[in-house]
Design a protein around this ligand. Sequence first.
Ligand SMILES: Cc1cc2nc3c(=O)[nH]c(=O)nc-3n(C[C@H](O)[C@H](O)[C@H](O)COP(=O)(O)OP(=O)(O)OC[C@H]3O[C@@H](n4cnc5c(N)ncnc54)[C@H](O)[C@@H]3O)c2cc1C
Length: 222
Amino acid sequence: MKHRTTILMTEFITHDVKRFIVKKPETFSFTPGQGVELVIDQEIWREEEGRPFTPTSLPTDEVLEFSIKRYPEHKGVTDKLHTLKAGDHLLISDPFGTISYKGPGVFIAGGAGITPFLAIFRQLAGAGAIAGQTLIFSNKTPADIICEKELRHYFGSRCHLICTREKGKGYENTRIDREYLQKIFSDTKQYVYICGPDKFVEAVNSIIMELGFSTETIVYEE
Ligand SMILES: Cc1cc2nc3c(=O)[nH]c(=O)nc-3n(C[C@H](O)[C@H](O)[C@H](O)COP(=O)(O)OP(=O)(O)OC[C@H]3O[C@@H](n4cnc5c(N)ncnc54)[C@H](O)[C@@H]3O)c2cc1C
């Protein structure tokens, strides 16, 4: 691992997602959408392979932010990360990945798959370039939605928050299938960004291809 960093603060942003603010290593830089491997710099955990996470801060910020969902049943890295405190250390790899902003379009995310898009949205919002783009963000319940207020602020009526296990005013209770996506897309000349669990990405990707989008306009983590 290339860089060593220190956790400055942590806080819950949903019931099972924590924000980690860490020192930005001097020689570290990234493009919004890219991921890094994180290793917990403690005995035993140092021997574990790194796990991929995505900075949700801006490249110009003085610190790095990560938004990390905990999977207690895995008894793995995310479970341990959620117990760490300010002053604990992490090891960070150089950035990697195929998700980056290419041009206006529709962003489709499932759960923690919103993280690469958060950095992109924050950069677009800062540049006044987010208007007219669309977000489809699927979660189990409203309580699972990361940064809901911020996303509604950016996308307004183009913010589609889907909840698959709960109905509620302001949330769509639907599956992301062909019929649903057909209603969202006005043409196939825009970019489609997809991020989420592997099965989610595969399923959405194949519908998007069926709708006639070319592979050059579909952006996802390969
Ligand atoms: C490019 C990329 C960027 C990502 N960015 C983020 C991000 O910014 N934020 C975020 O929250 N997530 C992100 N993720 C997902 C994140 O990497 C995983 O959630 C994380 O690696 C899980 O690590 P873990 O050690 O807790 O569990 P795992 O490594 O998944 O599992 C640890 C152990 O638990 C076992 N296990 C696996 N599944 C189960 C199960 N269902 N029940 C019981 N045991 C199980 C495994 O066999 C393994 O031995 C990203 C993923 C990728 C690919």
